[in-house]
Each structure stands twice: as C-alpha cells, then as structure tokens.
Design a protein around this ligand. Sequence first.
Ligand code: PGA
Length: 261
Amino acid sequence: MPDHPHHAVRTPFVAGNWKLNLDRQGAVQLAAAVREHCEGAGLGVDVDLFPPAFYLDEVVRTCAGSPLLVGGQNCCEEASGAFTGETSAAMLADVGASEVLIGHSERRHVYGERDETLHAKVLQALDAGLAVMLCIGETIAEREAVQTEEVCGRQLSSALAGIAPERLTRLSIAYEPVWAIGTGLTASPDQAQAVHAYVRGLYAGLVGEDGAAAVRILYGGSVKPDNARDLLSQPDIDGALVGGASLKPELFLPIIDAGKS
Ligand code: PGA
C-alpha cells in the first residue's frame, strides 16, 4: 500500500459476497480454497466471506481455526417472533457468523428496504455482538443529478442515528455505487476515492476523528483482479467488497493479494 498515513493504521479488508449462488458442496469448496490461500503467515489482509445463510454453519466450520471471517448477507430488523422466512442477527451469531452485511444495494433496491429498517437492523446486529458492514451507494440517476454525496450521507447517518460511537468500533462501510454492481462498470479510482474521502469526513462528524481514521471503507462494484490494485491503492479505499469475482478462486485470490502492499 502506498505511504499514506491512514493506510498504516487500517488493515486492508477484502470480502466476498456470494449472494444467491453456489450449492452446499460448492460453498465448502470455495471456502476451503480461500482458507488455504489465506493461511500463509503474514497475509496482512482481513478476509471475510458472506455465504448464503443456509450454508453459513458449514462455511463457518470449514473456516474454523483459520484467519477467515464469515458473515451473513442480511438479518431481520426484529429479534424474534412471527416473521416468516427471516433470519435474526442472533441466529447468525449462533452459527458462528462474526459479521453481517446491512443495506446492500440489492436489499435496498430489489427488496425495498428503507433507511429506518436498516437502522433497526444495525441495532439488532450490534445487540447480537456482530460486526456490521454497512453498504451505501447512489444509483446512476442520483449520480447524474449530482446527489451522490447527499445520498451516501443520508444512508450513513440514518443507519447510525443515535448509536454511541463506542458501539461502532467494529463497523466497516462499503461504498458500492449501484450502477457499478454486477454491470462490469467500475467507478474510476478517482471517482471512488472522492466518495470515500467524503464518507470518511462525514463519519468523523458522527464518531470523531479517531473513529474515522480507523474505520475501513471498502469499495464494491465490479471489482476484478485487473482493477483491484488501482482502487485499493487510493488513500481512503481500504478494501473491496466483491460479488461476482468472489465466486471463483482464480479471480478472488488475486484480489485478496491486491490488498497486500
Ligand atoms: P459485483 O458485486 O462485484 O458483482 O459487482 C458487488 C456487490 O454487490 O457487493
């Protein structure tokens, strides 16, 4: 990583969001391949896998005793009760997840999850002892209307409203422009860096300068081996949240390596 002072205090973080893909065997095989790659001493990159909830238990067992983290892709905004089809944050924690994605673009735009719901999900995750990776990002219409900062700011501040900074030490943020997810379009390193710097500044207003200097802000949206290094070398880009390319070791492992210096 270049000699930017903030990179020195933030361990790079590469995460794979498997979405609604793979079967049981494929999930275990992929986790095992990532595990093998990451077990070498001194990797210097935190790596997190987000399998489908149904395979979490097995992927957690495949990764046990390794440096890999495993998380859920979503959780319910309620703790328990009559919510058919949902998975609670406590259930994710119970099967060994250490983290949960909240506010992924597909949850917001395909399933219509609103800022208030996402705030409730963050609270559930924190109550269950999970780390949160909060996803934010603008649509193409919002970018064209020069609303990127406003949208990201609203998504960040509403999700975290009223939460004490001490509770957010295990929060990370994923900036994922909706127009770049699964489209093959990537924000340029400069475009992404500008939003990351803005988000870090906003976050400083919420939790203070120390918290903002420590928070990892990942970029997501068509990250591939050939663009990962340029993105990750930006001073405020601390990692990558990878969808499609996280399903294939030959694509995901080089992205993990791009997180190294
Ligand atoms: P993609 O997905 O890498 O396939 O664009 C990223 C994400 O949705 O997290």
